[in-house]
Design a binder for this molecule. Structure first.
Ligand code: CTP
Ligand code: MG
Length: 233
């Protein structure tokens, strides 16, 4: 039987180009309260007692990677990511061959989410292991509009039962690999792990997490992350 309360490995996709952020340096290496954003995310994950090690998916020959081998006494391994986020996650999961059994759970967390909270990670693991798979998410709070091609609002969509998917997401390694591979074979572009699992017939549990767990996508998000982390001291 796979152990359920042992610490878990976390795959961190960090092979993006930061197209929407713009600028020369990929956003994951820009300074955030004095340290590269990626390091802020990795430190937070490695410091968590429920996380055993980190597998980071980087771009091929990433010139900015500082070559870390461990953080807070936990192993930090790297692999080469792929063209899309899902390819990078799949590469990370494969690279855990021999370290994480197929039946064991793994976490996947975006490098671009440096503000994730430790208590949310712990709750995701507790509830997600019991449910067989889960993701952090927040209920939608804004009024949602459906637009036409010219940008006019056609209708207001119901907000009930609509959630925004965050990370970490937690699944059994073997089931997630199979789901991502079958989505790829079917030509379905999955934007998160839960979508791949849904396509494979699973129903991941939505675990409500803090809205401060933002994904840094634009320079405005970086300013917000700066504020949120600065406030933590
Ligand atoms: N990511 C990845 N491999 C890719 C694309 C994205 O590992 N081929 C990672 C990013 O580094 C990021 C996370 O997936 O940590 C979420 O992606 P996103 O916020 O979209 O980052 P980018 O793809 O870098 O940004 P953009 O879409 O604006 O280019
Ligand atoms: Mg992207």
């Amino acid at each position: 039987m796979p152990s359920t309360d042992a610490a878990l490995w976390c795959v961190v996709p960090a092979a993006g180009r930061g197209t929407r952020f713009g600028g020369g340096m990929p956003k994951q290496y820009l300074p955030l309260v004095g340290r590269p954003l990626l390091l802020r995310t990795l430190e937070r994950l490695a410091a968590h007692p429920r996380i055993a090690g980190l597998m980071i998916a980087l771009t091929a020959g990433d010139p900015h990677w500082p070559g870390l081998a461990s953080l807070h006494g936990k192993p930090v391994l790297t692999c080469t990511g792929g063209g899309e986020r899902a390819d990078s996650v799949l590469a990370g999961l494969h690279a855990l061959d021999g370290k994480v059994e197929n039946d064991n759970f793994v976490l996947v967390h975006d490098a671009a989410r440096p503000c994730v909270r430790g208590d949310d990670i712990a709750r995701l693991i507790d509830l997600g292991v019991a449910a067989g798979g889960a993701l952090l998410a927040t209920p939608l709070r804004d009024t949602l509009k459906r637009a036409d091609a010219a940008g006019f609002s056609l209708a207001t969509e119901p907000r009930e039962a609509r959630w925004r998917a965050l990370t970490p997401q937690l699944f059994r390694r073997g089931e997630l690999v199979a789901a991502l591979e079958s989505a790829r074979a079917a030509g379905v572009a999955v934007t998160d792990e839960a979508m791949a699992m849904e396509c494979a017939g699973f129903k991941p549990l939505l675990v409500e997490g803090a809205e401060s767990n933002i994904k840094v996508t634009t320079p405005a998000d970086m300013m917000l992350a700066e504020f949120l982390l600065g406030r933590e001291g």
